[in-house]
Design a protein around this ligand. Structure first.
Ligand code: AMP
Ligand code: GLY
Length: 426
């Protein structure tokens, strides 16, 4: 088979790597890809939002399947566009990707189908939002822009004045653009966060191994929210009992609800969960692999991913048994100093060859490109240094050791990825 992957981040590098291990695949393409991906796939500088360009390329190369990585093209309907041209594609159609594309939609769905999540109200008018905040004086409270906002459209407000300022930023100043046309105000929850990515074929859902992300830029969960500074898998807090509960009350009901709404979901549903005192609740849904969750989940997966993706498309997922290694996996993101605000790009990345033929170690590129025969930094998140290990502690040690193998100017990483694991090893 020939497979085309759409995207250019660490998630897509992890996907391309996993697809390259499939015995059914002999050629991989990636649009636009990056300097790491180009070692495994033929890349071409076509944007993930250039639907005509992607379709034209897929037809020209006669690819057998397109795998869509990022949220923006999914929410904007790339899967529909490709299918309409007869191109087989992995990823939900627009009607289903709304699960991620609109928080107002997903909250309403959860309310209608009794799927546990934080209490909330939705507003289209900023005055009404402020009135509600003034009456409902429980803080902290959470404000969410309805639409896609690069994972940054969530504000946790500690008092009324912060919350009013938040309403202004989202709804009036339009800090996140049209994503702020509607606002969800939701109850603040506390607990451990867990990410569960799952394959879905419209009816059947098969969850992958759990993971945990670290969204804040600084150690000890301080600083600004980012796309994710590191992950580990499995989450030791996600027990078998919690897993059973989630399957029965969250995962399966979500897939059923989407089908009942005439929005059959085929692809990946990523459940962002909070393990609260009152049980697991949904923080958010995503309609794609997480980044950098994919980087720790896919190296643990034993299945041929192409078989599983095809089963999702064809509605045969019930015939597949997902299988994951017992080994744990940790990913530490090497970022450019200053991320997520402003940072410099274009510094040479040295030491990449140290990852050649090192089994159990992966250097996933998130923001890199080739320039004058050298590989240089090209983003806020640059590399996802990933390692397997016999348990989380060992995987963490291995990953941090490997962060020393590569260097570039302004290299920055959190030092406490997976530190929470220590709590249970004590
Ligand atoms: P989201 O993009 O919806 O996952 O939100 C980003 C982050 O904000 C989450 O990973 C949580 O850490 C936090 N968050 C979102 N919603 C809530 C909530 N209702 N209560 C507490 N924290 C939240
Ligand atoms: N790591 C969080 C996300 O992919 O949205």
């Amino acid at each position: 088979m020939k497979i085309l992957v759409v995207g250019s981040g660490g998630r897509e590098h992890a996907l391309v790597k996993k697809i390259s291990e499939s015995k059914r695949v002999d050629k991989i393409y990636c649009l636009p890809g990056n300097a790491g991906i180009s070692k495994l796939a033929e890349c071409e500088n076509i944007s993930v939002m250039d639907f005509e360009g992607i379709a034209g390329y897929a037809l020209e190369k006669k690819v057998d399947m397109v795998v869509i990585g990022p949220d923006d093209p999914l929410v904007a309907g790339l899967a529909d566009f490709l299918w309409d041209k007869g191109i087989r594609s992995f990823g939900p159609k627009k009607k289903a990707a709304i699960l991620e594309g609109s928080k107002a939609f997903s909250k309403e769905l959860m309310k209608k189908y009794n799927i546990p999540t934080a209490d909330y109200e939705t507003f289209e008018n900023p005055e009404e939002a402020v009135e509600y905040l003034e009456k409902n004086r429980t803080f902290p409270i959470v404000l969410k822009a309805d639409g896609l906002a690069l994972g940054k459209g969530v504000l946790i407000c500690n008092d009324l004045s912060e919350a009013k300022e938040g309403v202004k930023e989202i709804m009036l100043d339009k800090k996140f653009g049209d994503a702020g046309n509607k606002l969800v105000i939701e109850e603040f929850m506390t607990g451990r966060e867990v990410s569960v990515l799952s394959f879905v074929d419209g009816k059947t859902i098969k969850p992958m191994a759990s993971a945990q992300d670290h969204k804040r830029a600084g150690d000890g969960d301080t600083g600004l929210n980012t796309g994710g500074m590191g992950t580990f898998s499995p989450s030791p807090f996600y027990t078998d009992e919690i897993d059973r509960y989630c399957k029965e009350y969250i995962f399966e009901p979500t897939v059923e609800a989407m089908a009942k709404e005439g929005r059959e979901f085929k692809g990946i549903i990523f459940f962002g969960l909070m393990l609260t005192e009152a049980g697991p609740k949904v923080l958010e849904y995503n309609a794609r692999f997480g980044d950098p969750e994919a980087q720790v989940v896919l190296p643990r997966m034993n299945n041929d991913i192409v078989d599983v993706m095809e089963a999702c498309i064809d509605g045969n997922l019930d015939k597949i048994t997902l299988d994951f290694k017992d080994e744990a996996c940790v990913c530490v993101v090497l970022a450019s100093k200053g991320y997520p605000l402003s940072y410099e790009k274009g510094f040479e990345i040295k030491g990449l060859e140290n990852f050649d033929d090192r089994e159990g170690y992966y250097c996933f590129h998130a923001g890199s490109k080739e320039k004058d025969g050298k590989i240089v930094t090209n983003g806020g998140r640059v590399l996802g240094i990933t390692a397997l290990g016999q348990d989380l502690k060992k995987a963490r040690e291995n990953a941090y050791k490997a962060t020393e193998w590569v260097n570039f100017e302004n290299k920055y990483c959190r030092k406490d990825i997976g530190k929470a694991i220590d709590d249970i090893y004590r």
